[in-house]
Design a protein around this ligand. Structure first.
Ligand SMILES: NC(=O)c1ccc[n+]([C@@H]2O[C@H](COP(=O)([O-])OP(=O)(O)OC[C@H]3O[C@@H](n4cnc5c(N)ncnc54)[C@H](OP(=O)(O)O)[C@@H]3O)[C@@H](O)[C@H]2O)c1
Length: 313
């Protein structure tokens, strides 16, 4: 099979497409013939630095990156209960860990996958994985109906899912992006938009119950000013020292915590239901062929992605 290999950390030009052996499945795994993949900032962060690559792959080289996929089951392990050959599936495989999804065939634990909804394309299904799971896992446990919440970078992969899930859960959603993405965010259901390039959110917002931070740094620190007593903030991008500093700045009884998304069939099935009912509409802004993985990474690294970038096999 063809796979995209990374011999050493560095620029996207380090990727090489090569023929390798198909993976062997374990008893709890299925073999998926990949139809589409999605790219995340995690993909280029792991690719760029030897330290990041080591955290996920140890000394194993070449590494095969990638976690988000959709495809068709072509083989099942002896202990697999929920899938059959021919099923169309989607999921985030082995995150945090080795997904090895940049390949024509991927060995995936059955409890990281769900069956694809009938009404969803392979591209849209692949899009509704890591970014959507992150939004779901955080919002389900942190917000309730009527909460006033602030979602930073609503136009990104995570943000555009977070807006839709938060509206579904009954929140009043305020979100940030540059002006060019305002219309898109309002179409997803946002109640209020702040153009971060022309307005400081901390000067116009107060009494926020929950902040969903995807940026860290100054945005994380300034967000502490707008959260009301007893509120909370979760950051998916801030390192531990920033979380600690933000916690010190926050008002009484406000909690500031980090979060790292986890593979889960239960949550994938929740996303499946949301796609089926139309609660969730993934936005795919660009599709690249498998051979253009490097271009897809460079695009994702721009920090300007709207919704998701997809690789089609
Ligand atoms: N911990 C975890 O489990 C986890 C999970 C998923 C993602 N993450 C991390 O979360 C971060 C976001 O991921 P993502 O996939 O959503 O990224 P993304 O898709 O690359 O986000 C791009 C979007 O961010 C917007 N943006 C950039 N700077 C902004 C600012 N200062 N204020 C408001 N919007 C801004 C851009 O809109 P404009 O062009 O309009 O500026 C763009 O649409 C990444 O660092 C990623 O690694 C962590």
């Amino acid at each position: 099979m063809k796979a995209i290999l990374l011999e050493k950390a560095g620029g996207a030009e380090n990727f090489q497409i090569k023929e390798v052996e198909k993976p062997q499945i374990k008893e709890n795994e299925v073999l998926v013939a990949t139809k589409a993949l999605s790219i995340n900032p995690a993909d280029f962060k792991v690719r760029m630095e030897e330290e990041g690559l080591k955290m996920f792959f140890g000394t194993e080289r070449p590494a095969i990156l990638g976690w988000d996929l959709s495809g068709e089951v072509v083989e099942i392990g002896s202990q697999v209960n929920n899938f059959q050959v021919g099923d169309k599936v989607f999921g985030m495989v082995n995150f945090p860990g080795q997904g090895k999804a940049y390949a024509e065939f991927v060995a995936a634990p059955e409890n990281h996958l769900a069956k694809m909804p009938e009404n969803t394309s392979f591209e849209d299904a692949a899009a509704t994985t890591l970014a959507a799971l992150t939004a779901l896992q955080i919002l389900e446990s942190k917000i309730k109906k009527g909460d006033r919440i602030l979602i930073h970078a609503g136009s990104g992969g995570v943000g555009h899912f977070a807006i839709q899930i938060a509206k579904h859960l009954g929140a009043h959603v305020i979100t940030t992006s540059s002006a060019k993405n305002k219309e898109f965010l309002m179409s997803l259901g946002a109640d209020e938009h702040i153009d971060y390039r022309n307005q400081s959110f901390e000067e116009v917002l107060t009494d926020i119950d929950f902040v969903f931070d995807v940026l860290g740094g100054e945005v994380l620190m300034n967000s502490t000013k707008v959260i009301k007593e007893g509120g909370a903030m979760v950051s998916i991008a801030a390192p531990p020292h920033e979380i600690e500093a933000a916690q010190k700045l926050a008002k009484k009884d406000v909690t500031v915590s980090p979060y790292l998304v986890q593979s889960s069939d239960k949550d994938m099935n929740t996303l499946k239901g949301m796609l089926e009912s139309g609660v969730l509409k993934p936005h795919v802004s660009k599709i690249f062929p498998f051979a253009e993985m490097a271009k897809a990474h460079i695009e994702q690294e721009s920090g300007r992605t709207v919704g998701k970038i997809i690789i089609k096999l």
